[in-house]
Design a protein around this ligand. Sequence first.
Ligand code: CTP
Ligand code: MG
Length: 222
Amino acid sequence: MKVSVILLAAGEGKRFGQKKQFVKLKGEPLFQYSLNTINKIDLIQEIILVLPEEDIERIKVFSFKNVVKIPGGKERQDSVYNGLKAVSNPDIVVVHDSARPFATEKMFIDSIMNVKKGWDGSITAFQVKDTIKMVKNNQVVKTLNRDELINVQTPQSFKFEKLIEVHEKARKENIYGTDDAYLMERFGYKITVNRGSILNFKITAKEDLVLAECLVRGKKPF
Ligand code: CTP
Ligand code: MG
């Protein structure tokens, strides 16, 4: 079975204050961490790196596997769609946010294997640890049942044919979701979960980079 990865690095980093995918963490740009992990996985044959159009030429990548650089779109979902148009007819496609530098080989492999076993998709996630409440106008509306909640991350793997089908439908109906699994669920496909970790956090704001630096350099945050 052919497996392709769409590695997303085309965001603007509005909450972070700059394009965080290019920020250096212990000497390497953030997106390179995911590439290093993907390079170790024999199951993966193709890597599509989605970048802001203006950065495609200047960005250098280090990879044993061939990396195809393509321009992203306005929203994350548009960038995934561009990636789906660029892959060369795989059986399984893995979508990963380069803003998660600490995704492990095991997370990629578990997610891919679940699709190989027959699921339409498999998302990396872990059981919610905090109590989660719904609020409106700063007033608590209700407390959600923690046992039924998971914290969703990437990598996320899918049957290629089905993911491209739901992306085409979503474009026609102007539906936008914060992850790909949302579109799959919406159109009735069966998604399972593979084990994630709190350490696979997404660099979103500056404080997340402080935490990442503590992890890679063994420093104390406070
Ligand atoms: N991404 C992308 N194309 C977009 C938007 C996001 O490829 N049009 C990528 C980002 O580079 C990131 C991942 O999707 O690796 C997750 O998105 P997010 O954390 O929201 O990053 P940004 O969109 O860059 O940040 P912000 O929302 O704060 O602007
Ligand atoms: Mg974003």
